[in-house]
Design a protein around this ligand. Structure first.
Ligand code: FPP
Length: 242
């Protein structure tokens, strides 16, 4: 079966990767060791998403709030991102993966922004899977920047004001940083925490939510396929009666 003909496979799976620090601590190691191991889980989940016929895989890699972590950890995480992107891009490209980063990129270091730009350009035409990395992202930031963009549009084009005031929720989507990316069907959070932590607040309005105890570095192909299996049994009603 092609991905288009598989039934009940989520189009977009989103992962809140949590528990790297605890995973490292359990082994008596520095937190950053958990982040290193977490990159292996990212690779496994990308492979599993392609196997399952998922078309969009997104990852909450670094929130706006994560900037408040100790500087050494932030620096280590940013360095890890650059390295992981540089190491993985050839292979992602060969496998038809389109790479996209969404978030407040003004806060990212120039080296990271350059790496992101070259990875996005290299993979722009790929169609097997879109891998979205949310970096320096938060849901409230996204909604606010969308509202500001809309206000700027109104000021620049007064002739569009009536159309904007008449728009429905779908009309607002195009101002969000995720414009063009379908809303997530399934959001999975690892490590036993049951909250969204300011992630995809608008886009996740009707997402199925799955909270698993597994720490992110232990979340590999088997766990990803189990999550897809969980989703395939859900009955989504979108507020209607069936
Ligand atoms: C949460 O665990 C994890 C993060 C904040 C970072 C995750 C990032 C990666 C694994 C790198 C991904 C790389 C690419 C290129 C996508 P935590 O530190 O909050 O764990 P804790 O709750 O146990 O402290």
């Amino acid at each position: 079966m092609t991905s288009e003909t598989k039934s009940n496979i989520p189009v977009h799976v989103s992962l809140i990767m949590d528990g790297n620090g605890r995973w490292a601590k359990e082994r008596g190691k520095e937190r950053v060791f958990g982040h290193f191991e977490g990159v292996e889980s990212v690779r496994a989940c990308v492979e599993a998403a392609v196997e399952a016929g998922v078309r969009y895989l997104s990852l909450y890699a670094f929130s706006e709030e994560n900037w408040n972590r100790p500087e050494a950890e932030v620096v280590a995480l940013m360095g890890l991102m650059v390295k992981a992107m540089a190491n993985e891009m050839e292979s992602l490209n060969k496998n038809g993966v389109r790479f996209v980063v969404i978030g407040n990129r003004e806060r990212l270091a120039p080296e990271l922004n350059e790496t992101i730009d070259s990875c996005m350009a290299m993979t722009a035409d790929n169609q097997v899977l879109t891998l979205v990395v949310f970096l320096s992202y938060s849901g409230k930031w996204d909604i606010l920047q969308a509202a500001k963009k809309m206000a700027a549009h109104m000021l620049a084009c007064p002739e569009d004001v009536d159309e904007i005031l008449d728009m429905d929720v779908n009309g607002f989507d195009k101002y969000l940083a995720t414009a063009g990316i379908p809303d997530p069907d399934l959001i999975v959070r690892t490590s036993g925490e049951c909250r969204l932590s300011n992630y995809l607040l608008w886009q996740g309005a009707y997402s199925e939510l799955l909270f698993v105890d597994t720490l992110w570095p232990d979340f590999r192909k088997k766990e990803f396929h189990s999550a897809v299996e969980y989703y395939s049994k859900r009955d989504r009603r979108y507020g209607k009666v069936k």
